[in-house]
Design a protein around this ligand. Structure first.
Ligand code: EAX
Length: 333
């Protein structure tokens, strides 16, 4: 009996030392010269406003962590479409993603407040709400999914493109097959306009436009330009019907596994890169009409009030699914 007890004690001690050793080695690898790598995926072109902003984020993370954390950027859906990316961050198969809030409605209905047509008309007001209590509350709804949503970046005001004619009035889209994001309010809005909404992942859209399986799509000018949508769509109408934020997110467990100083550095880098990206996105919006016209696109302004009138029923259909406090914050004075 006595021998058995001493033997089990020795075995237990061997396991204990081995466990400390591996913990030690994990800590060492975290503090070793080899940087911790944060892969960040997105669906936009390498020169998009998303990726220019992520380049800023990358530089700042390297500086603020003294090189102990390295950001690797994967554009053009290389790590998957937006829904795959959100899934990946939730499960930890990818550390980070920068995605439009469109598909997030499938993970947390509270994000749908941004999808209500024309609820955002003024960027500064939107920033104030997104960076304040309401925005932080909405970001926090992803935490139970294992996602730390760090901040709202900008995708931008979405405009309709097509290849048939200048779209001026809501009735001009009647019968058109318009690609939308996989979002219930976007789908309902284009149904209400009399179009045939065709939800699909962004990586499939260029080919679908080229082959004519869809007639049009809708995106901010920055996406229309950097994804070369103008090569397959001759008309852009400045409807600005949805304002799309984009969320920079990180796997929560991975973030918690970093040192406090690395966490603080990443959060500081995110805020500074977010503000940089928002400014860059607004600048693009102010200059891209001319650029697109030089690339042969017909850009048509519209009477936004006329469009807003037609899609009002969408509000009524969805407002009960969205926290009224959020609607009030964005729509109120
Ligand atoms: O997030 O799917 C879309 O239209 C998005 O605007 C694009 O992927 C950037």
């Amino acid at each position: 009996m006595k021998k058995l007890f001493i033997l089990s004690l020795i075995v237990a001690m061997i396991f204990a030392v081995a466990a400390c050793g591996s913990k030690e080695s994990t800590q060492n690898s975290a503090d070793s010269n080899k940087p911790v790598v944060l892969r960040v995926g997105n669906t936009t072109a390498p020169d998009s406003h998303y990726n220019k902003g992520l380049e800023e984020f990358k530089k700042k993370v390297k500086e603020y962590t003294n090189g102990s954390v390295e950001v690797k950027i994967y554009p053009s859906s290389e790590l998957g479409d937006e829904r795959d990316l959100v899934e990946g961050v939730a499960m930890g198969t990818v550390e980070m993603a920068l995605v439009s809030t469109g598909p997030l409605a499938n993970y947390s209905p509270d994000f749908m407040v941004f999808d209500l047509p024309f609820i955002v008309t003024d960027r500064d007001k939107a920033y104030k709400v997104m960076d304040g209590e309401v925005g932080q509350e909405i970001l926090g709804t992803l935490k139970p999914k294992g996602i730390k949503a760090m901040g709202f970046w900008e995708n931008g005001f979405r405009n309709i493109t097509n290849n048939e004619k200048p779209i001026v009035h809501p009735e001009d889209v009647k019968g058109m097959k318009i690609r939308t994001m996989e979002n219930p309010i976007h789908i309902e809005t284009f149904k209400t306009l009399g179009a045939t909404p065709t939800p699909m992942a962004w990586s499939e859209v260029f080919t679908a436009l080229q082959q004519g399986t869809i007639d049009g799509q809708e995106n901010p000018l920055a996406i229309i330009d950097t994804a070369k949508v103008y090569e397959v769509q001759k008309y852009v109408s400045l409807t600005g019907h949805f304002y799309s934020p984009a969320v920079l997110m990180i796997n929560d467990k991975f973030f918690e596994g970093l040192s406090k100083s690395q966490q603080d550095a990443i959060l500081k880098a995110e805020k500074e890169a977010r503000d940089w990206e928002r400014n860059y996105s607004e600048e693009l919006d102010n200059n891209l009409v001319k650029t697109l016209e030089e690339k042969g696109v017909t850009v048509t302004p519209v009477d936004k009030n006329e469009w807003q009138e037609v899609v009002k029923p969408v509000y009524d259909k969805f407002k009960d699914q969205i926290n009224s406090k959020y609607i009030e914050a964005l729509a109120g004075n």
